[in-house]
Design a protein around this ligand. Structure first.
Ligand code: SF4
Ligand code: MG
Length: 286
C-alpha cells in the first residue's frame, strides 16, 4: 500500500501559506488513493509559481514553454496511454498566453487532467493583474483598477465541449482530493480550476474571502451534472463563485482511443527506443 512518503520530493520555495500547498497535498493524496506508481505519473507544467509543482512531487515531469504545457501533455498521453498524465499551471499560463491551446485541447479531449491554480494574479513576476483578476483590482500594472471582466475557465471549457469541468478550493483539500481523483479517473480531458490564494500579491482574494464568497454546486446537486445545458445554467445562476464537479460526460471516447482505434496498433512510444542509437542521439545534441 502506498503512502504520501512515496511521492515526496524536494522542499518547495513557495511562500509560506501559498494556496498551491493545498493543491500539492491533494494531488499526492489522490495519487495515494488511486495507487498510482510514481513511475507511471507524469506532471507537465508551464511557467509560474504553480508550475513548480512537478518538482515537489515524485513523478516524471517537464516544464513546457509558457502557456504551452497542454500540447506536450496531449502527445505524452497519445504516445503512451498507460501513463497518468497531469498538466498543471496558473491562471496567467492557462487563460492568457495559453488560451488558444486550452480551447483546442478541450475540443480534442485527450485523457489528461488539467489543474489550473487560479490565484487571480501573476505571482512569479510580482503581482500584475491576470486574466482572472476581478474588475477594479489595483496592482502595479493597474493602478486605477482593472477594467476587464475575468475569464471563467469552467464556463469557457463547458462551451468549448469539455467532457469534465470542475472548480475546487485549496482551502478545502478533502473536496479537492475527490475532484482530482474523479478527474484522473475520467476517460477524457478533465479541467479542474482551483481557487488557490496568493498570500503575497493578492490581499483581496484571501482564504477568508473565498470562504465567504464560494458556493458548492455538488453538495448536493440541484441539477443533472451530466446535462451540459443544465450545468452551464447552474453556474450562470450562481450568486457566489461556483465550486464543485460541475459537469461530466464519460461516454465520449478520448483522443488516444480514437487515434489508436485499432487495438493491434501499439502506442507510438513503442517505436521510440534509443537502444543502439546513442551515437545518433549524441550527434543531435552537439
Ligand atoms: Fe504562492 Fe504568491 Fe508566493 Fe507565488 S508569490 S509562491 S503564488 S504566495
Ligand atoms: Mg496566477
Amino acid at each position: 500500500m502506498r503512502t504520501i512518503k512515496d511521492y515526496e520530493s524536494v522542499d518547495s520555495t513557495w511562500c509560506p501559506g501559498c494556496g498551491d500547498f493545498g493543491v500539492l497535498s491533494a494531488l499526492k493524496k489522490a495519487a495515494v488513493d488511486l495507487e498510482i506508481d510514481p513511475k507511471d505519473l507524469v506532471v507537465i507544467t508551464g511557467i509560474g509559481c504553480s508550475s513548480k509543482i512537478n518538482e515537489y512531487i515524485k513523478c516524471y515531469g517537464y516544464h513546457g514553454v509558457h502557456g504551452r504545457a497542454l500540447p506536450v501533455g496531449t502527445i505524452v498521453k497519445v504516445a503512451n496511454p498507460a501513463l497518468t498524465v497531469v498538466v498543471a499551471g496558473g491562471d496567467g499560463d492557462g487563460y492568457a498566453i495559453g488560451m488558444g491551446h486550452f480551447v483546442h485541447t478541450v475540443r480534442r479531449n485527450p485523457d489528461i487532467t488539467y489543474i489550473v491554480m487560479n490565484n487571480q494574479v501573476y505571482g512569479l513576476t510580482k503581482g500584475q493583474f491576470s486574466p482572472t483578476s476581478r474588475p477594479g483590482m489595483i496592482t502595479g500594472t493597474s493602478p486605477e483598477g482593472t477594467y476587464d471582466p475575468p475569464v471563467d475557465g469552467v464556463a469557457l471549457a463547458l462551451t468549448a465541449g469539455a467532457t469534465f469541468a470542475a472548480r475546487g478550493f485549496s482551502g478545502n483539500p478533502k473536496h479537492l482530493t475527490e475532484l482530482f481523483k474523479a478527474g484522473i479517473q475520467h476517460p477524457g480531458f478533465a479541467l479542474i480550476d482551483v481557487l488557490s490564494p496568493c498570500v503575497t500579491y493578492n490581499d483581496v482574494n484571501t482564504y477568508d474571502w473565498f470562504r465567504e464568497n464560494i458556493e458548492y454546486v455538488d453538495q448536493p446537486y440541484d441539477y443533472d451534472p451530466t446535462d451540459r445545458a443544465a450545468a452551464i445554467g447552474r453556474i450562470m445562476r450562481a450568486v457566489k463563485v461556483p465550486v464543485g464537479l460541475v459537469y461530466r460526460n464519460p461516454d465520449r471516447p478520448s483522443l488516444h482511443q480514437e487515434a489508436l482505434a485499432d487495438p493491434a496498433r501499439p502506442p507510438i512510444a513503442a517505436d521510440l527506443t534509443i537502444d543502439g542509437r546513442y551515437e545518433e542521439l549524441q550527434e543531435l545534441f552537439v
